[in-house]
Design a protein. Structure first.
Length: 254
């Protein structure tokens, strides 16, 4: 891989390895551009503490560590500092205030929840309610319209088990919108490594029909994930299977 923009750190509570380990494994694998996009913190109104993302108090250390590594390894690799985040309208203003003073390079959208997670349904759990599917699509489109996010991570995260025609209708609407804005859909290598329901053949069949572009994301929670040539090759073959043009790098980060 030339670039990977989907990299987590141990701050999210479900990844392992130091920031430096991720950088050094990326260099070892030949990656030229490494984007860190750990799960972005929210400032919850009810003082809820998430178990799947860094806390607001950890943001300072995140940027300090990665900024230092960016300088140290400048001759070996280009490092960008970003976040993976949901689009949750009622929490956006507080998140913007939290991040306002930091040198944020980019964000990607990973719509794990449509509402604050203390109240909301996790999109990766079986969902039968068509209204949640529609809201998932609406939230993504509204978020992308805001211009905050560079691409859609694991677009097929929602595990809709209801009417297949409803799924096809909403995912066609989503893919058509993303194509109109030239926003790629991610082929998620963490999901491809096993134990998850994505990448989804039914979603990418729709993306093929619509003509979307794709980007391959390691979704690295371990440094070794950046060196797994077998999984990376599987991701490329998956894109070829569905005839999707692969976007290698994101424009406009410098």
């Amino acid at each position: 891989m030339l670039a990977n923009y989907h990299t987590h750190t141990e701050r999210c509570g479900h990844a392992m390895g130091s920031d430096r380990d991720f950088v050094e494994h990326a260099i070892e694998s030949g990656i030229k551009v490494l984007g860190f996009s750990d799960h972005c913190p929210w400032v919850f109104d009810d003082e809820y503490v998430s178990g799947i993302r860094m806390t607001p108090d950890e943001v300072e250390g995140y940027f300090r560590s990665l900024t230092d590594l960016k300088r140290e390894y400048a001759d070996d690799i280009r490092i960008y500092i970003g976040f993976e985040a949901e689009y949750i309208p009622q929490l956006i203003e507080a998140q913007d205030r939290l991040l306002a003073e930091y040198p944020l390079d980019y964000m990607i959208m990973g719509q794990h929840f449509n509402d604050p997670e203390s109240l909301g349904v996790y999109m990766g759990a079986p969902v039968y309610d068509e209204s949640i599917l529609i809201q998932y699509t609406d939230r993504i489109i509204e978020g992308m319209e805001s211009g905050r996010y560079r691409y859609l991570a694991h677009p097929d995260l929602i595990r809709f088990m209801g009417d297949e025609k409803a799924y096809e209708s909403q995912m066609t609407r989503l893919c058509t919108y993303l194509k109109s804005r030239d926003i790629p859909v991610e082929i998620n290598l963490l999901g491809m490594s096993g134990g998850r329901h994505y990448p989804s053949d039914r979603f990418f069949s729709i993306a093929q029909n619509v003509g979307n572009k794709a980007i391959i994301g390691c979704d690295a929670h371990l440094p070794e994930s950046l060196c797994d040539d077998h999984i990376i090759e599987r991701g490329r073959r998956f894109a070829e299977k569905y005839g999707l043009e692969v976007v290698e790098t994101l424009d406009g980060l410098d």
